[in-house]
Ligand binder design. Sequence first.
Ligand code: FAD
Ligand code: EPU
Length: 338
Amino acid sequence: MIISSNISLKPYNTFGIEAFAKYFTSIRSVQNIQELLRDATYQNNARLILGGGSNMLLTKNVGAFVIKNDIEGIEVIKETEDHVLVKCAAGEVWHKFVMWCIDRNYGGLENLSLIPGCTGASPMQNIGAYGVEIKDTFYELEAVHAVTGELKTFSKTECEFGYRESVFKHRFKNQFIITSVTFKLSKTPVFHVEYGAIKQELDAMKISELSIKVISQAVINIRSSKLPNPKEIGNAGSFFKNPEVSSEVYNRLKINFPNLVAYPLDNSNYKLAAGWLIEQSGLKGYRKGDAGVHKLQALVLVNYGNASGNEIYDLSTHVLQTVKDKFGIELEREVNII
Ligand code: FAD
Ligand code: EPU
């Protein structure tokens, strides 16, 4: 295990922001973590765990010990007639893991195709797309306590999953290094095509027989058509969450804004499409310097080249304020601000 200092994190975050890490190391096994825990430099510094850097905005140099989780390996740990338990190491690239499951006809993750980042970060915000979240197939995860070295298994309940939420984003932030995630996948998949855009895409693809493979391809097509590829334009996906409001607030807004895009929730509240709110605030395609609101998806903030983390952050504040002034709704940032 090599510990480096003053390392540029530009290649390690999908916003492509320049920022330097005080210390940096890559871990490839649980044993590496135990070694790290005995290292004095590690013990004397704060820490930041890094996966693919696709859900963070670096607003300053990181005066901490950055631990890049590169632990690899995928294994079936239990199999029955209907299900498989698949354990995936934290450093595996998420989309590669999803494809591995699809190739074996293990269903449940196909709607989550093409989400960037590593498997170890997937429980952090209970990643979700096209009507599915990882909590739907999550079985358990293993994590090492970043100070004591205790190896702990977290059940689904203990992860406290919510919409883009988990216990690791708050109470246990930077406390545990997630080393693997286990999913319970189905050998007789249930297809989730209720999300309108998927149906339309399947029609356009002229699909007559559903399979997890074609659903995955439909999701890939939709995502590629509107989400910017971080290899071309720096971004971290949706910068804000879709806000949840009471039915009273929804009804009031609907009177003034009849085209409001919203989805009813089970608890009688509504989820508003933040992308719509931002677009209607006149900010879709807005650009200040190299920081911008994406032209095709207003929920995504982008770095056109040399924006600093603070410029992106200031733009996000401008978006928050503009939406609040127009709709009285306070958006919440989804991306982890470092
Ligand atoms: P990072 O950005 O490296 O880390 C995110 C957070 O997790 C940080 O706080 C970090 O400290 C922590 N962390 C990372 N790994 C570990 C670990 N092993 N142990 C403990 N803590 C850890 N998200 C969605 O939910 N749905 C989408 O549809 C979606 N689409 C996206 C599209 C684009 C184009 C982009 C760029 C991003 C998108 N995202 C989406 C956001 C992002 O891809 C996910 O949140 C992803 O899970 C982040 O993974 P990562 O490895 O890059 O995490
Ligand atoms: N919309 C607009 N203008 C825009 C963008 C969206 O009017 O510029 C409206 C459209 O009416 C559209 C609706 O908003 O029908 C919803 O848009 P979309 O289907 O693109 O989804 P989203 O709500 O913007 C969410 C997730 C994405 C996820 C997609 C697909 C959040 C914060 N974002 O986006 O997740 O991929 O749904 O399920 O929940 C991420 O978390 O990083 C992310 C990309």
